[in-house]
Design a protein around this ligand. Sequence first.
Ligand code: ADP
Ligand code: MG
Ligand code: MG
Length: 947
Amino acid sequence: MLNPPLFLNLGGSVANCTANLFDFKVCNRYMSKASQSRPSSLARKHTGKAKKYIFAFGSKTDGNAGMRELLGGKGANLAEMASIGLPVPPGFTISTEVCTYYYDHEMRYPPALKKDIVTALKQVETQLGKKFGARQNPLLVSVRSGARDSMPGMMDTILNLGLNDQTVEGLAEASGNPRFAWDCYRRFIQMYGNVVMGIHAKSEEEEDPFHEALEKLKKSLAITSDTELTTEHLKDLVKQYKALIAKLTREAFPQDVMQQLWGALGAVLGSWKNERAIIYRQQYGIPSEWGTAVNVQAMVFGNAGDQSATGVAFTRDPANGEKVFYGEYLMNAQGEDVVAGVRTPHGISDMKNSMPKSYRDLNNVRNKLERHFRDMQDFEFTIENGRLFILQTRNGKRTGLAAVRIAVEMQRERLISQKIALLKIPAESIDSLLVPVFDPKALKSATIIGYGLPAGPGAATGRIAFTAATAEIETRKGNKVVLCRTETSPDDLKGMLHSQGILTSRGGVSSHAALVARQLGKVCVCGAGEINISYEKRTLTAGKVVIREGEYISIDGSTGVIYKGAIESTDSEVKRVLERGFKPTSSLTYGLFQTVMKWADKYRSLKIRTNADTPEMARQAVAFGAEGIGLCRTEHMFFDGDRIDYMRQMILAVDEVQRHAALKKLLPFQRKDFIGLFKVMNGRPVTIRLLDPPLHEFLPHDDVVRRQLAEKLGVPFDFVIDRIKSLHEENPMLGCRGCRVGILYPEITEMQTRAIFEAAAQVVKGKKRIQVNPEIMIPLVGFKEELIDQLRIVHRVAREVMKAKKVRVNYIVGTMIEVPRAAITADEIAKEADFFSFGTNDLTQTTLGLSRDDMGLFYDEYQRKEIYNQNPFASLDQAGVGKLINLAVEKGRTVKPELKLGICGEHAGDPSSIDFCHRAGLNYVSCSPPRVPVARLAAAQAKLRNS
Ligand code: ADP
Ligand code: MG
Ligand code: MG
């Protein structure tokens, strides 16, 4: 047994040096122990065939693009590219199973791994005629993280590994370029120091100590660019860096290249559980069990001279989706320089002049990649002395707008089918065609203070925050902020999440800020060079304009324009056309919206309804394509103006006579509301839920209002107080609410039913002869007897009204399934009900025994520990609540095959929950009006994905 747990700590992210030191010692111990201990073949024999943990790519390639689960996205695509003949430096991928093993076994590695790595390294050495750790012609490698879904910048990567005091001389000789060799060495020590040995900047405002030393040296030499440093300077830096490591960690920078490799491996695996990776996974619902793969790959050098470069390119514009070659590169530089925004890179089209052959090669690769992967690719390349290498490709992250545009245009180019196009649009991205834009009128008087690259479309206004921490604090206070930084780093992620928009003064479209904004759907303007941000003075300066932290700024992520002060926003063109009947211009967004919605409607089988209580809401929803109302909450109708008084009078009534009197006054209001709704819905089904909340919600809380109420009702103040006291409940959400109210006060159910049918009669008999299809819904039923009690009233009143008004109204009566008992006894309930509507907000609360409004105390901790993959109120808990739904569907349909089934909880607007609803066999989902387009698309995707 290997006893000590390895790398207890998470190398990459942890700022605490002592902890890392500890890892390091353990690591050393492991290295020596492992070499003494028995070979691992014993362990292997037991399981028969040895498990394959390592997959090569290069002249022999074991993997392909379909193996993301095992190889991670990066590894799978490196293998794919190698096998279609693209120039990929050889290497190997250590599978995600090693990561899961590592975390399941207290940070130990599978016993066979050591030997396998040595074998895989040998293969790379043979292909290149270089040797890892050799003085002559040494092999250098990169050690790169790579999860199944790319998590850009969230985990760690180490370059130039294999350099030490000996091999650096060898590299200098082999390349004939000592300056280059020492440049690699100082980069490596810095990265190793950061990632493996845990040396970081002390705070957000400071640079890390290596960077500080470099800047100091440059300053003393009066130079601005790294490329001006000579070999001697670089040697000096290496010495300084090593001294820094020794001082800060009390440990020498390791000269043994195998030790370097294991250190890097541990750090990269450790970065899977660093804080920013965890936050990222929460945001995207990535399970922590997936783990990351690790890629070890021969280095190629973009810093080998002036015919060398490194860059990132997109086969189409990731910000707006336009089909143009997009990207940027830096001459004589290495990997991270571009992403970190250290130097401002050149646009890819500059390469036509500076390196015409490489540009042609690159453009060929662009076409080949897009044709092969049939999606917009984001790829990383390096040119070493005029020779092009591809280091990574993945489906490019894109803004919502770009996602829609690229899918639609690729379909038109016949690169993909309609179905594939639909599946390629994240359902949420439809929303970005609907985002507000700055009000054209307000823009006329706005002051432009600068321009940057439009990196995330939309309009954002907020107070300036210069640090992620400030952004978070201000947002928690209820302020809107725009995070303004020279450049962002992965540590800013949380602050970015809290901001309306992000503005940076440095870095291009592939900078971290742009990347994250695209992914989070944040408004972003980046690389605004004329703007000066001073963290020290807490000011943003543009020419003569000085704006302080806390003051307002506005940015337009569609155009890149930056404005002083706050600016009003207004509806997008799509909304103006749909909701207010504006004539569509030749607008790109409107055309895209219509195309995608048309396709979606063609394929989906789920119907889309909406939760709407007012004609305005209903109108918006219908404009967006809603096919009915799935939930009209009648209680919302009781708050307006005088109504609340009658409501209170009704609640405080001592007897039936008084209650009747009050209800009589409420009836006309309610009837009027229904008439409005029925007219807008124009024959589409309208599900009306009878009164649901506990009555105390309608009662006043402070004494002044209570006194006024007493006067209005002509009763003593004490009487009001007593009645309110008598209605007090310890747990109102589990008390007298839902159908219990209607059972206790049948007059309420009666009045509501009367209002519904009188309204229906009036609309049906009106001049326009509008059809009405009410679906009356009894809330919170757990016993069939509850439903039967309320059904009797509804049917009786319906008959009375229809007879009196001499009309027939097509109506049905059903129930909500929102407590577990209802789901479990769904067969009994189905005998009485015409339909079920799953109220998944309450069903989640009652199934999890968890109040949606009381998650504050523990939720952060649950997130940190990744106990909930996602907030169960935002995305349906399919394994738990979902099972109850499945059960109810099955039991219900056994009794009544034609039983109509829908869902009206908030989950109905969430794409993955919609996918569940499709699979569960529901007839419709009912979401809030603005979510209707997303739901239409998600429903189509659910159908396509599951058939
Ligand atoms: P991330 O997942 O954060 O993008 P990568 O593993 O892609 O991290 O590494 C970051 C950068 O390092 C790459 O874009 C590339 O420029 C550089 N890099 C990685 N491996 C190599 C290599 N073998 N040779 C040259 N550069 C490399
Ligand atoms: Mg990368
Ligand atoms: Mg409910």
